[in-house]
Ligand binder design. Structure first.
Ligand code: ADP
Ligand code: MG
Length: 460
C-alpha cells in the first residue's frame, strides 16, 4: 500500500468510514477496536477487513501516528451471513407452518361438508351456485395453505427412487404447453444419472415454479435451460456453504436469459410473500415453496443472478442410486370412483371421520369406523367379512397410523392401507416419510380426490 493513494484500495463510502474513525481516534485518543470496512484488492475483488487503531505519541505526548492491526474476515462474514439467513428462514418457517397446520385442520371439514351437501342437492337446485362458491373459495384457501406447508417442510412426501432425467422429459411436454411460444426450452440431461429419493409431484412443482418465474423474467422471450448432472461436493465447498455436507449429489440447474436480480432481491428471494411483481401478478410463494421442497428432500438450493445477466438456480439432491420405478407421474389416469369393498376408517377427529365415512357409504362401500387403535383392533378381530382397505389417520390418540397398521396386519392379512395426515411438525419428523409401499392423501382433500385415491389403492 506504500505510496498508494488510498482511493486505489477503497471506495468513497469506505474511505469516509475509515477516516471518520481515524479522526475520532486522533481527537479522543481512544483506540477503535473493530472497524469493519471493505478493501479493494489489486485484482478488483473486495474483501472485508476488521481493523483496530490506536494513537502513537512521542515522549512529550505529541501524536505522531497511528498503529493498528487489520485482519481479513471475509470468510467469517460470509458464514455469519449464511447463518443469519438460515436462522431467519427457520423462524419464518416455524411461524407459517404453525398457522398453516391449524388452518388446514379447519379447512378439511369446511371443504368436505360443502362437497357432501352439494352431492345431495338435486341438480336443478338454485342453491348449487352458492355451494359452488363456497367450495371454490375453500379450494383456493387449501391451495394457499398447501404452499405454506410446502415452505415450512410439513408436507408428507411419497418418496420413491426417481430418475430425474425421465421426470424432466415427461414434464417437458406440460411445460411446453404452459409457457409462451417465445420461451425456448433447452434441456441437457446427463446420461447415466443416478437416482434420487424424491416425490415426483414435488419435483414437477419445482420445475413448474422455476419455469414460470423464468418466463416472467423474459417478457420479450428468451431461453429456459434445464440441465442435470452428477456432482461431488468436497470439503472446501461444504466449508464455504453453511448447511451443506460433502457427498454425491444430483444437480438440477434451471437458468434463464431474463432480467436477472440485484442483491436486494436475492437477499429475500425465498421468503414467503416476497414478490417484486404487481399486485395480482405475483404471490411471492413460488420460490418459498421450492425452497421448502428442496430442504425436505435433504437438498440445497442456490441462486446466482445479476441485473440484466439472467438467473441460474442450482438444486442439489442427495444421490440415492437405488433402481427407479418405471417413470411414475402424478398425471396418471384416475380410476372409477365407487366400489363395494369393506373399508375400516380409523380417525379420532369426529368431523373428519364422519365426513370420510359419509363419502365412502355414498359411494357404495361397507364402512367400519374406529376412533382409536384399540377399537380398530377389536373390529379387525371380530368382523366376520373381509376387510379390503384400512384408511387411517397418521396420528391417533394411542398409536401412529403406521404402527397400528403393522399390528393389524398380525391379526388379519390381505388389507391395503391409505394414510391421511393431520401432520404436526414434531410428529412428521418421524412418520413423515412413508415407505415406498404406502399410500397417502393429504388433508384437506376434495370428494373427488378422496374417492379416486381410495379406488386407486384398492385397484393397485
Ligand atoms: P412471485 O413469482 O409470485 O413474485 P416467487 O417466490 O416465485 O414469487 O419469486 C419471488 C421474486 O423473485 C419475484 O417476484 C422476482 O422478483 C424474483 N425472481 C424469481 N425468479 C426469478 C428469475 N428467474 N429472474 C428474475 N427474478 C426472479
Ligand atoms: Mg413465481
Amino acid at each position: 500500500m506504500l505510496g498508494l493513494n488510498n482511493r486505489a484500495f477503497m471506495d468513497e463510502e469506505n474511505a469516509r468510514k475509515v477516516f471518520a474513525t481515524f479522526n475520532q481516534v486522533y481527537r479522543t485518543a481512544q483506540a477503535a477496536k473493530a472497524l469493519d470496512w471493505e478493501l479493494i484488492r489489486k485484482d478488483g475483488t473486495r474483501c472485508v477487513m476488521e481493523t483496530s487503531v490506536s494513537l502513537m505519541r512521542d515522549d512529550r505526548g505529541t501524536p505522531i501516528g497511528f498503529r493498528g492491526i487489520s485482519r481479513d474476515v471475509t470468510q467469517q462474514k460470509h458464514l455469519q451471513q449464511q447463518l443469519f439467513q438460515a436462522q431467519k428462514m427457520e423462524s419464518i418457517g416455524r411461524m407459517t407452518g404453525g398457522i398453516a397446520h391449524d388452518f388446514n385442520n379447519m379447512l378439511t371439514p369446511i371443504l368436505g361438508y360443502a362437497e357432501l351437501l352439494m352431492h345431495h342437492l338435486p341438480s336443478d337446485d338454485p342453491r348449487r351456485a352458492n355451494m359452488e362458491n363456497i367450495i371454490h373459495s375453500a379450494e383456493r384457501s387449501r391451495d394457499l395453505v398447501r404452499q405454506l406447508l410446502a415452505f415450512s417442510r410439513q408436507q408428507t412426501l411419497e418418496m420413491k427412487p426417481l430418475d430425474l432425467n425421465s421426470s424432466i422429459t415427461s414434464f417437458e411436454k406440460i411445460l411446453r404447453r404452459t409457457l409462451h411460444e417465445n420461451v425456448a426450452i433447452r434441456t441437457t440431461l446427463a446420461p447415466g444419472l443416478g437416482t434420487i429419493l424424491a416425490d415426483v409431484g414435488q419435483i414437477e412443482q419445482i420445475l413448474m415454479n422455476l419455469s414460470v418465474n423464468a418466463q416472467d423474467a423474459m417478457p420479450m422471450g428468451g431461453i429456459l435451460f434445464i440441465e442435470t448432472s452428477q456432482v461431488h461436493l468436497d470439503e472446501a465447498y461444504a466449508a464455504m456453504h453453511k448447511g451443506s455436507m460433502t457427498g454425491d449429489y444430483v444437480l438440477l440447474t434451471v437458468s434463464d436469459t431474463g432480467t436477472g436480480m440485484d442483491q436486494d432481491v436475492l437477499d429475500h428471494l425465498f421468503e414467503p410473500f416476497f414478490t417484486t411483481k404487481a399486485p395480482g401478478k405475483g404471490t411471492g410463494l413460488g420460490l418459498s415453496t421450492v425452497y421448502g421442497i428442496v430442504k425436505q428432500h435433504g437438498g440445497y438450493i442456490m441462486a446466482y443472478s445479476e441485473p440484466a445477466k439472467g438467473t441460474t438456480f442450482r438444486i442439489y439432491f442427495p444421490l440415492s442410486g437405488a433402481p427407479s420405478d418405471k417413470a411414475a407421474s402424478r398425471l396418471e389416469q384416475p380410476h372409477g370412483i365407487g366400489g363395494c369393498e369393506t373399508v375400516l376408517v380409523i380417525e379420532d377427529e369426529e368431523l373428519v371421520r364422519e365426513l370420510v365415512t359419509g363419502i365412502l357409504k355414498d359411494s357404495g362401500y361397507t364402512v367400519l369406523e374406529a376412533r382409536d387403535g384399540k377399537t380398530a383392533h377389536d373390529l379387525a378381530r371380530t368382523f366376520s367379512g373381509q376387510i379390503h382397505l384400512v384408511i387411517s389417520d397418521m396420528i391417533l390418540p394411542d398409536a401412529t397410523g403406521t404402527d397400528l397398521f403393522e399390528q393389524l396386519g398380525a391379526v388379519r392379512s390381505g388389507m391395503k392401507v391409505l394414510y391421511m395426515s393431520g401432520y404436526t411438525p414434531d410428529v412428521i419428523s418421524h412418520v413423515g416419510q412413508l415407505g415406498p409401499e404406502a399410500h397417502f392423501i393429504q388433508k384437506p382433500f376434495t370428494l373427488h380426490e378422496f374417492s379416486h385415491k381410495v379406488r386407486t389403492v384398492l385397484d393397485g
